[in-house]
Design a protein around this ligand. Sequence first.
Ligand SMILES: Cc1cc2nc3c(=O)[nH]c(=O)nc-3n(C[C@H](O)[C@H](O)[C@H](O)COP(=O)(O)OP(=O)(O)OC[C@H]3O[C@@H](n4cnc5c(N)ncnc54)[C@H](O)[C@@H]3O)c2cc1C
Length: 457
Amino acid sequence: MELITNLQEIVGIDSVSASPMELYCYSSDASQIRGTPDYVVRPQDSEQVSKILKFANEHEIPVTARGAGTGLAGGAVALEGGIVLDLSGMDRILDIDINNLQVAVEPGVVHSKLNEVLKAEGFFFPPDPGSSAMCTLGGLIANNGSGMRSVKYGTTRSYVLDLEVVLADGSVIHTGSKTLKSSAGYDLTRLMVGSEGTLGVITKAILKIHPLPKARTVVLASFETPELAGEAVVKTLSEGVIPSACEILDRTTVEVLNSYDPNIAIPDAGATILFEFDGTKSSVVEEAEIVEAVCKPFASGIRVAADRKEMEEIWSARRLVGAAISRINPNKTRVYVGEDVGVPIKEIPRMLKLVQSISDEFDLPIMTYGHVGDGNLHTGMCIDMLDNEQWERLNLAADKIHKTAIMLDGTVSAEHGIGSARCEYMRLERGDALDVMILIKRALDPKGILNPGKLGV
Ligand SMILES: Cc1cc2nc3c(=O)[nH]c(=O)nc-3n(C[C@H](O)[C@H](O)[C@H](O)COP(=O)(O)OP(=O)(O)OC[C@H]3O[C@@H](n4cnc5c(N)ncnc54)[C@H](O)[C@@H]3O)c2cc1C
């Protein structure tokens, strides 16, 4: 029997494809990494996922789990062919359990959809990726993604109570429970979060949720240099004020935003910090006053958003960054490569300064923006993809940015994951712990069928 027939018997004829056009659509994510699968399979439930993995394991066929394919590290790209398991069809919100402060979901639920539904109940799921309208909760969990609000609320990892996971041999386990805490044995939930589809396929998740805050305010502070902006962030956090978001936009980013839309609500400065506070009406006013006082000695300008409309305008400008990047090198065949380093809070000013000098050294404009409040900086470079010399400089600059972050006790990926884009740094960053990861991988997936070529394992 042909392999495709076996797969069709499990999920139905219409849920398996080997058409070249469809395979091409699944051959990339939002990174520059490419790899074409042999089959795309769309399961509808955990039982089908279990049967597919059992079959793939017996025949040693690689299986790459995929949510929405918005990953920026090539995680969902089938580097060694085989099956791409498209989980976007498993998209039911199974239970909203307000009394237990949790929801149960399938992996294909799109992030923003969950928050739309929760809003009606006065609750939200705090991790807040820029890709909210597209990415799935399965992808977010598999990458331990986060975003704007992790500075106060933490990353996805803090919200996962239990996962249903199908292991490489098709067996199904639950990693946790509905309780808000447990000390019963190894923390398999945390092991699976961030494992990027290399240890199992997530088929259900129980996630903790929060009540929506009653009030918000936004403070915009501008600085002559990114370094000064970094100093102000470190000082603010050490005063015990925790913003619900703390984003940096450097001069290049604001220039790019301005050329995309001249009415943008962000001042032109060496760097701008967008602080957001949430809580009660009085607490947000008090926190805004503290941050104004703390930033004053460092800042060239500070303003508190006058009303909800201005807050919306500022946030819309921040959300435009991804689209506006195309304004660097506007007349060329552009390619954008963004990095995702993270450093300890104290090192933020130094990292910001070093990124500037890397930009000068390689004569490449670098947009630095991102979730500076938790030390996570996105450094975006945009070049003419047909120009080999520019590629060479971009690769050298990116390498130096990664190694600088590690040198400062940081990480090469704070939220986008390792995928295949950053495997080469795993030994440098994790040292001997990488050997333990390899042992875990071999124990759970001895034939190496799950997402081969990822994470350096
Ligand atoms: C414009 C833009 C903005 C972004 N902003 C942010 C941001 O602010 N914060 C952030 O963290 N990320 C951000 N990202 C990156 C990306 O959206 C996240 O990494 C997201 O979590 C990926 O979700 P996905 O459903 O697209 O996963 P995919 O890209 O499909 O897969 C990502 C990884 O998860 C694995 N995977 C997917 N589903 C499962 C499953 N059910 N079981 C096991 N493994 C699985 C895949 O194998 C792969 O390794 C952004 C991306 C874009 C394009």
